[in-house]
Design a protein around this ligand. Structure first.
Ligand code: NAD
Length: 320
């Protein structure tokens, strides 16, 4: 199969991620057929899609007269066979549970032919384990999105032990075609790449706050207006390439490397959260209350501010 032959996407699971993925595929010009198991979940799926599209129209990314065409490419059903019988690619976004994913994938394999690729949205389960009972595990892999997939470009493609590389390369082309940024992981690792980096940064933020070095508010400012704003343009290695004068990152490491090693020794290295989720929530709630209303000072307005800024950033990157 070639990427140009992929026209119909079967979305197995249409919750937060499945619905947003359907919109991402439709925005990319492909047909998206959503399967969920009940009428209520289908209605919820349709609501997520319509609201997200209205938001894109409000932010000037799409025009009102494009709306019908984008929505027309998306269909909804409680019948698995109807959703996937003509699919050229399947994105599984079921609840994060091995048993549920394995059971529904067994049903999926009874309907589709063996060469149809299946990517899983799983955030943390292993491709090898999800595919354990599959008849054709060679066409199965993880295609991990970031929420919401219709906006965030990164897709982490991760092979299982039995995955055939050709499916990974096909998925890479498919996601590039719809303006996503796929990366390929050569080994199965917990948390893939993005979540590991996010966890490492958050561990240090929390550690600095708990050690009384800064408030959560100032730690967040430090990330947003320091490294974070640069990382949104290019990754940490390329940023350091610009920080070492004529020798680039090698020069940076020669100059700053010895200091960096001292910082590394001093960084947090705990592997269990030192305080409860509720306590982390309370520290963050205080920060939220202190924020300017225009920047979002409750969960709803913060989310709207995030989306507005994200869209401007995506425009600069040519990703929307
Ligand atoms: N929420 C996130 O931020 C995020 C980000 C990246 C990846 N993911 C991954 O995406 C996947 C879906 O997550 P979500 O946030 O959309 O969850 P969700 O709860 O919103 O949706 C889950 C879907 O699974 C269906 N489902 C649940 N139990 C089922 C069963 N027994 N049989 C058939 N269908 C069943 C639900 O009806 C729903 O359509 C998970 O693997 C998750 O790890 C989530």
């Amino acid at each position: 199969m070639k990427v140009k032959d992929i026209k119909n996407i079967g979305l197995v699971g249409g919750g937060l991620i499945g619905a947003s993925f359907a919109l991402a595929f439709s925005l990319g010009g492909l047909n998206a057929h959503i399967y969920t198991r009940s009428k209520e979940t289908l209605d919820a799926s349709e609501e997520i899609i319509k609201n997200s599209l209205d938001e894109l129209i409000k932010l000037g990314v799409k025009k009102e007269d494009e709306k019908d065409e984008i929505l027309k490419r998306i269909s909804y059903t409680n019948n698995l066979e109807e959703a996937i019988k003509d699919a050229d690619y399947i994105q599984e976004s079921l609840k994060e549970d091995y048993d549920i994913k394995r059971k529904v994938l067994a049903d999926v394999e009874k309907i589709i032919s063996p060469e149809i690729p299946i990517g899983s949205s799983t955030s943390g389960l292993k491709a090898t384990e999800i595919a354990r009972d599959m008849k054709h595990p060679e066409r199965f892999f993880v295609a991990h999105p970031w929420n919401p997939p219709h906006l965030i470009p990164l897709i982490e493609l991760c092979k299982g032990e039995k995955t055939d590389d050709k499916y990974i390369y096909l998925a890479k082309e498919l996601f590039e075609k719809i303006k996503k940024t796929p990366i390929i992981l050569e080994k199965e690792v917990l948390g893939f790449v993005g979540n590991r980096i996010q966890a490492a940064v958050f561990r240090e933020v929390l550690s600095l706050v708990l050690n009384g070095v800064v408030s959560m508010e100032d730690a967040d400012k430090a990330v947003t207006f320091g490294p974070g704003i640069r990382w949104g343009i290019m990754g940490p290695s390329l940023i350091l390439e610009l920080g070492g004068g004529s020798e680039g990152i090698a020069g940076f490491m020669k100059n700053i490397g010895p200091s960096m090693e001292l910082w590394l020794e001093d960084l947090a290295d705990w592997d269990k959260l030192p305080i409860s989720p509720e306590e982390i929530g309370e520290i963050t709630a205080q920060e939220l209350r202190n924020r300017d209303e225009k920047l979002g000072n409750n969960r709803k307005s913060l989310g709207e501010y995030r989306t507005k800024m994200l869209v401007e950033f995506l425009k600069l990157h040519g990703k929307i």
